[in-house]
Design a protein around this ligand. Sequence first.
Ligand code: TMP
Length: 214
Amino acid sequence: MKHGLFISFEGIDGAGKSSHVQALADAFRAQRRSVTVTREPGGTPLAEQLRSLVLNAAMDPLTEALLMFAARRDHLFEVIEPALARGDVVLCDRFTDATFAYQGHGRGFDLAVLAGLESWVQTVPALPAGTLRQPDLTLWFDLAPEVAARRLAGARAPDKFESESVEFFRRVAAGYAQRMAAQPARFERIHADQPLEAVWTDVVDAVRQRGWLA
Ligand code: TMP
């Protein structure tokens, strides 16, 4: 039986990750893998409701972090864990690194509290005690905040996060860099300031190097 695979896509708003989620799904399906494409916050009816609250309403940073993790818990139990148990490839547009980057580094919220919530929420029955569910691979689309801001300008009406300053996104990017430094084996840094095809080549190479795509 094939093992499930869990791949997350991360980066600041405007980094251009989302178009590659679907392309990677197609690449896995072409090799007869069953794929679940999903996103955070969201991915279940409840978590999508939480998403629209958290992306639009002003709230204090702890409330924001709790809603992100509440959505994640529902999403993990309803979608991600069942898909991994079936042997699916799960492609998730953002996961917990986003909470550390945005709520932790962007908003300046206590990283130790986030680590506590992470261990509560990502403890799942399928894994041995003391092990947390984490992505097998995290593709971090790294792009200078100024470039991302130019890409976002003129796009659809910005949500609460997309309206943040370049300075905020500089802190978010630093947060991703710190997560990658702490867990280098799980991460692949994708240089997102390249033409689309070159970014795609880097995405595929990262997955091939691990032996997951022919
Ligand atoms: P998206 O636009 O990539 O779908 O992401 C939604 C927004 O939510 C994006 O601005 C990042 C933010 N976000 C957080 O602040 N914390 C989180 O834990 C997640 C998953 C997303």
